[in-house]
Design a protein around this ligand. Structure first.
Ligand code: AHZ
Length: 299
């Protein structure tokens, strides 16, 4: 079947023709001719048009780990009308979910979060109270591919959130109203270079999913403290799977007006336990964060 071209020159994926180099080109392989500037312009115009368009978003998700991606998937599915912008500091989105734990490949997900695996079409082995996906990367790559295919989602990776935008209303009540961003390579060099000014994205809802404390983790929770919006961090407690997973899902909420925390970042805010290498709470918390965002936008 020939590729389907639409009026705006986008192609959909219904072209299932097999790509057989030898058969198609009989040993004389040629590419369509191109000029170097065409390649640059093809990227530049799309990237900067995206930045221009997303300077005002409906929802910004900070961090594309298992919680951030689960949240994006549910929100983008529920609300195709929303402009959802995901910012990920790393070059590779996925956070810690490329491995199951202790650098091992299988991923454990406690029930009832196995329902999400069926929804996104990831196979697993059933162990009774939990299920095991054969490779964490199968979960992460499947989820990531589905999120990226959604027309209302934009992902900017290698882009760090450096600060929160906080507005005050006429009564002095403060609200998180956006994020301050920079390319991560710039963000990492503020100590050695001066005046590398950042960019901003405003949105009525920011969902922070930056993970627990680490080189960049728990970013928004920590910034709430230094900005005077939170007295002190609760700090993540020791490992207790049975306490940790429900605490993270049940605790997922708008912690300050305009800012929802999800995933392990919440453990630093609330002082809840870590669960170690079981990922059901990241899925559940991400989905709850999506619901919270919908609630805020609908009120
Ligand atoms: O790169 C970070 C990662 O991909 C990204 N991130 C952090 N700070 C950022 C910033 N701007 C943009 N300032 C930033 N991006 O956020 C992502 C966090 O992913 P994660 O996998 O670390 O967190 P998660 O909460 O989605 O999943 C946690 C998984 C864990 S940790 C744990 C334990 O330690 O016990 N158990 C589980 C299941």
């Amino acid at each position: 079947m020939a590729p389907v071209a639409t009026a705006d020159n986008t192609h959909n994926s219904s072209d299932v023709q097999k790509y057989d180099i030898l058969e198609d080109y009989k040993g004389s392989y040629r590419f369509a001719p191109i000029e170097e500037a065409q390649v640059s312009r093809a990227m530049i115009k799309r990237y900067f048009n995206t930045m221009y368009e997303r300077a005002v978003s409906d929802v910004v998700i900070v961090g594309a780990g298992s919680a951030g991606l689960s949240c994006a998937y549910r929100l983008a599915n529920d609300r195709p009308d929303l402009k959802i912008t995901i910012l990920e500091a790393n070059v590779a989105p996925g956070g810690g979910a490329w491995l199951g734990g202790q650098l091992m490949t299988p991923m454990v997900i406690r029930k009832p979060a196995d329902r999400f695996l069926r929804e996104i079409g990831v196979d697993y082995e059933d162990e009774g109270p939990f299920v095991v996906v054969k490779h964490a990367a199968l979960f992460t790559s499947t989820l990531l591919s589905k999120v990226l295919a959604m027309p209302n989602v934009v992902l900017m990776n290698a882009t760090a959130v450096e600060d929160l935008i906080v507005h005050s209303d006429f009564e002095g009540k403060q609200r998180v109203a956006g994020v301050v961003t920079n390319w991560t390579l710039v963000a990492l060099n503020h100590d050695t270079q001066s005046c590398m000014d950042p960019n901003t994205i405003t949105a009525p809802v920011i969902i922070s999913a930056t993970g627990h404390d680490g080189p960049m983790g728990a970013f928004s929770a920590k910034r709430l403290v230094s900005a005077g919006l939170l007295k002190e961090l609760g700090n993540m407690r020791g490992l207790d799977m049975n306490r940790a997973e429900p605490a993270i899902v049940n605790g997922t909420r708008e912690v300050t007006p305009g800012l929802i925390l999800t995933g392990m970042e919440l453990s630093e805010h609330d002082g809840s336990n870590r669960m170690g290498p079981t990922f059901g709470a990241m899925i559940g918390s991400g989905i709850k964060a999506a619901k919270e965002a919908e609630r805020i936008l609908d009120t």
